[in-house]
Ligand binder design. Structure first.
Ligand code: GRF
Length: 188
């Protein structure tokens, strides 16, 4: 795909940004249907360095007041003509109103095999419950947390001596592959 035809995409982050980095790298490949045009962060996050490295427009938006924050997001999203949003470790919950404005155009990655373990500390809970596997899921964002239609998911085996950190490492590796595959699935 040529740069001109690619879908203008924003990535929303709050932290480390490894999924952002992965999406940026992917977006620069020929087969990517998306181009990352904007990064929005809910705070001064480590992941912003990837946006800066690649000279991608980025903005920190304070989400203490959700309504104002979303209004500010919409202004910049519209100004830049953004058509698609990827949440990647974004720790704020978007309102139904906001989601409706980008209906079917916001996706998220979650570190569990949904519908199991919605919310936070997914690996801790999976290990506490002696699960045989966890995983990761890319899904559409719906008003209810981690409950939108599933696009793709991948199981990750939990081994005998698994720790939260070893499991998280295995999952994040799969997340990076899954996020690319999900974007390709949506647009191809
Ligand atoms: C990932 O595990 C993602 O599934 C979850 O938050 C984490 C973000 O990691 N929503 P990173 O900031 O992309 O490295």
């Amino acid at each position: 795909m040529t740069g001109l035809k690619k879908i203008k995409t924003a990535v929303f982050i709050s932290g480390r940004g490894s999924n952002l980095n992965n999406l940026i790298k992917f977006s620069k490949t020929k087969k990517s249907p998306i181009i990352i045009d904007l990064v929005i962060s809910s705070k001064k996050a480590f992941g912003l360095k990837y946006a800066n490295q690649h000279k991608i427009k980025n903005k920190i938006i304070n989400f203490k007041k959700n309504k104002i924050a979303e209004k500010n997001c919409l202004t910049i999203l519209n100004k830049r003509n953004i058509k698609f949003i990827c949440l990647a470790g974004f720790m704020k919950i978007l309102s139904n109103d906001f989601i409706k404005k980008f209906k079917g155009k916001i996706i998220n990655i979650h570190p569990s095999y949904l519908p199991k373990y919605k919310g936070l500390n997914t690996s801790v809970r999976a290990l506490q419950n002696n699960e045989k596997f966890s995983g990761c899921t890319v899904h559409y964002v719906a008003a209810k947390l981690d409950s939108g239609k599933i696009i793709l998911q991948k199981k990750v085996k939990i081994t005998k001596n698994e720790t939260v950190s070893s499991l998280d490492k295995k999952i994040i590796k799969e997340e990076h592959k899954l996020y690319r595959a999900a974007v390709l699935k949506i647009f191809n």
